[in-house]
Design a protein around this ligand. Structure first.
Ligand code: SAM
Length: 263
């Protein structure tokens, strides 16, 4: 019977994949890939003789295509090989199931149909972000959202914690057919964020290195300047806290302790 394992290849070429995930790729009968660039695709291509990129399912030059259709076609391509009895691996950059729906959709569909399907964790962009910024998110806690979803729905933000907005380069792109946001949409986001942060607050545009010879992009700017920032499809926005943590006196009283007790 066919099976599926979704693995993550990390962000930085060849070095951030787990030993287990690399072994799944090497022993698969068919490997589907979604990699950050041609270098990474070629690297996976050397690990297995049947490697098929999912990239062509994205809209090609001049074509208008909804990303929901793209994802459905990717899932269909993956599960079809499992139906044919193949041992399939889907290798996605980063963590295969973090802010990425294709792996989850394929695993869920196959499990529902009684096939063996699982996901292995990988090094996500956020894992790289904490390492490169030298921040332990435990220092204040953190919240992560997809930038558009953050704009479309009510979210309770704590300005005392880190806020990470994924896909900032697509913020408010509701048609799912374009691959970039606009300064007008980013201005709406700035106005939304003003509920919690001053316009002068320093924010960070982060891009992890995807090649060993690169350095990460860590660009600090003021919140008010976000609409004019250079954003790409790999940019992640990180907003450090603008406020200090405040004590929860009610919980402390219930615990029978004071701030001095936990330092
Ligand atoms: N599954 C991926 C992971 O685990 O990192 C995330 C995929 S999600 C569809 C794409 C978003 O991930 C980007 O818009 C960006 O927010 C983030 N991302 C991808 N590559 C990145 C990089 N090199 N540096 C920083 N963020 C990145």
């Amino acid at each position: 019977q066919g099976s599926l394992v979704c693995v993550g290849t990390g962000l930085n070429l060849a070095g951030q994949i787990t030993v287990l995930s690399q072994s799944y790729i090497e022993h698969a009968e068919v490997v589907f890939t979604l990699m950050p660039d041609g270098f990474a695709e070629r690297w996976v291509g050397r690990l297995n003789k049947d490697v098929r990129s999912l990239q062509p399912f994205y809209a090609q030059k001049g074509e208008v295509k909804n990303r929901r259709e793209t994802y459905a076609q990717m899932v269909a391509a993956i599960v079809t090989q499992v139906y044919l009895g193949k041992k399939v691996v889907c290798a996605l950059y980063g963590h295969p199931g973090v802010f990425a729906c294709v792996g989850h959709m394929a695993v869920e569909q196959l499990q529902r149909e009684g096939y063996r399907a699982q996901m292995e964790p990988g090094v996500s962009a956020e894992a790289c972000l904490w390492a490169d910024l030298g921040v332990d998110p435990a220092s204040s806690g953190h919240q992560s959202f997809e930038a558009s979803q953050f704009m479309y729905y009510q979210h309770a933000v704590s300005a005392a914690a880190y806020l990470v907005l994924w896909q900032i380069g697509l913020a408010g792109e509701h048609t799912l057919t374009k691959f970039h946001t606009t300064s007008d949409k980013l201005q709406v986001l700035v106005e939304l964020l003003q509920q919690w942060y001053p316009l002068e607050h320093e924010i960070i545009i982060y891009e992890a290195a995807t090649l060993p010879i690169q350095s990460p992009r860590i660009e600090t700017l003021r919140l008010k300047d976000l609409p004019n920032a250079r954003l790409t499809d790999i940019s992640t926005l990180c907003i450090p806290p603008s406020e200090k943590l405040t004590l929860n006196h009610q919980a402390l009283t219930q615990l029978g302790i004071s701030a001095d007790d936990f330092g």
